[in-house]
Design a binder for this molecule. Structure first.
Ligand SMILES: *Cc1c(COP(=O)(O)O)cnc(C)c1O
Length: 400
């Protein structure tokens, strides 16, 4: 989408007058392409075959709205979802249950990566959420919950092979292998581990972690295994095992550092030009007077700021795209406003209300992240709540 068709696109998406007014009054418009998310999932599924392709939808589907993204992925064929917390799991279960048949045997599986807090086990079971157990204590608590339920409750087990973040460490792995009855009391459905350097294909950590995972899993009861995040899918079949867990690549973030991005773009963010001013005498722009103009300059003030998750670290480093030109962000990003030097853009393309592309085909999320000194993950999960959100490319349920 270009900035010139933003207006007509909005008009066609918004049927009622009330919604149209909201769109016009909105200071920024965030467009999320559910069709591109589904296409990215299918691409990853095809790459990982015969392994199953799950979807990681933690942090509100990386900021894009789990209530819309989860059903779109399920419609594309995704059967297994990963969230970080219990609340996210409940939201995902609700989104999946809406309009679905009540066949619980066939319903999608939801894993909660951060595990089950002590005392929450029964609630997990009630919402049919499977914790990813991260310690021997969590295994024992889940075994007790299983006994109380009268049958083994399904759960995954996380083996730490190099992240030093979550999961059983090497000592706990050995202790568990010595007392396998400890896992026999739970319904173990999946062993997972997580790669630290998967976006760097030549990093020695990848092979090292794979050896550790294989050795640790061999000491435990036979079970499906899952290793690869988005970047791990691109490390090749040796990393796919039985199930892959992509998140970022679904949402258009490049999986491999320094390589072309094979994923479809998902997010477009447009701010509105509120004012354009001509400066003809030397002046400074914005807080801290951090940018100085010396010659004739045209400055556009755009209606998005750091309170919208347009990161302040983009000050004097980011760019926008308008009227066919990439324009530099000048001065500091304010709470609700950002200024751009639009001297190169013909004035007739800069009317008040014109849309400035801040993320989109001309400003990919990874480029925005690089300018901000961060990663695409943080740019997406920071996206604010003030935007008017437009979802497109939704698969319509076919009545049968
Ligand atoms: C977040 C996460 C993923 C997904 O990672 P991406 O890099 O976004 O694909 C997979 N597994 C675990 C354990 C995670 O925490």
């Amino acid at each position: 989408m270009t900035e010139s068709d933003l207006g007509s696109d909005l008009g066609s998406d918004l049927g009622s007058d009330g919604a149209a007014v909201t769109a016009i009054a909105a200071q920024g418009v965030l467009t999320i392409d559910l069709g591109a998310i589904a296409a990215n999932w299918r691409q990853l599924r095809d790459r990982a075959r015969p392994a199953e392709c799950a979807a990681v939808v933690k942090a509100d589907a990386y900021g894009l709205g789990a209530a819309r993204v989860v059903p779109a992925l399920a419609a594309a064929g995704c059967q297994t979802f990963f969230v970080a917390t219990f609340d996210e799991g409940v939201l995902a279960r609700g989104a999946l249950s809406r309009g679905a048949a009540a066949d619980r045997a066939a319903e999608p599986v939801i894993y909660v990566l951060n595990g089950a807090p002590a005392g929450a086990e029964a609630e997990f079971a009630r919402w049919r959420l499977r914790p990813v157990l991260n310690s021997l204590a969590e295994i024992d608590a889940w075994a007790a919950a299983s006994r109380a339920a009268g049958h083994p409750l399904p759960a995954a087990l996380h083996l730490d092979t190099g992240m030093s973040r979550l999961g059983l460490d090497a000592g706990e792995q050995r202790r568990l292998a010595a007392f396998p009855e400890r896992v026999a009391a739970i319904g173990l459905t999946l062993l997972i581990s997580h790669l630290a350097c998967a976006d760097e294909p030549d990093h020695p950590m990848n092979g090292e972690q794979r050896r550790r995972f294989t050795a640790a899993a061999a000491m435990l009861p036979a079970c499906r295994r899952s290793f690869a995040n988005s970047s791990g899918v691109f490390l090749g079949p040796a990393y796919h095992l039985q199930l892959v867990r992509p998140g970022a690549a679904l949402y258009g973030i490049a999986p491999t550092a320094g390589a072309p991005n094979p994923m479809a773009g998902v997010v477009a963010l447009h701010g509105r030009v509120l004012q354009v001013r001509e400066i003809d005498t030397p002046r400074t722009v914005g807080y801290g007077a951090s940018h100085r103009v010396d010659g004739p300059t045209r400055i556009a003030t755009v209606s998005v700021g750091y309170a919208d998750g347009f990161l302040r670290s983009l000050s004097n480093r980011g760019c926008g795209f308008i009227g066919g030109h990439t324009v530099p962000l000048v001065g500091r990003v304010s709470m609700d406003l950002t200024t751009f030097d639009v001297s190169a853009v013909p004035p007739e393309r800069l009317t008040a209300g014109a849309a400035m592309e801040l993320i989109g085909p001309n400003r990919p999320v990874d480029a925005v992240a690089e300018a901000a000194g961060t990663i695409g993950y943080e740019v997406l999960t920071s996206l604010g709540r003030r935007y008017h959100r437009v979802y497109r490319g939704e698969m319509k349920a076919v009545p049968c």
